[in-house]
Design a protein around this ligand. Sequence first.
Ligand code: FES
Length: 108
Amino acid sequence: MSAELVCALDDLVEGQAALAEVGGKKVAMVRLSDGSVHAVEDECSHGSVSLSEGEVSGCSLECWLHGSKFDLLTGAPLTPPATAAILVYPVTIEAGDVYVDVTAPTNV
Ligand code: FES
């Protein structure tokens, strides 16, 4: 594990995605209204589009270009046209700070 500090928990707005750069990788960070924080690969598996510019819907993140929704827990595409999963990264929260480990995706 080599989790890196990404931001303070308070920096993440509930129900919105935010772009972060962690270990040289672009990551979409999402804080849900249940208090959970998720980190997924920022690039849509269907095209070179930033998912952090998309909409959060339930426990999924929707690509703004063609509308595929990705499950924030599994990375799986829930709706077409995307067919491949995106990477999901482990998140830890310590003392109000958010850490992500991009070296250990949880869904591969
Ligand atoms: S680029 Fe994301 S669904 Fe097409």
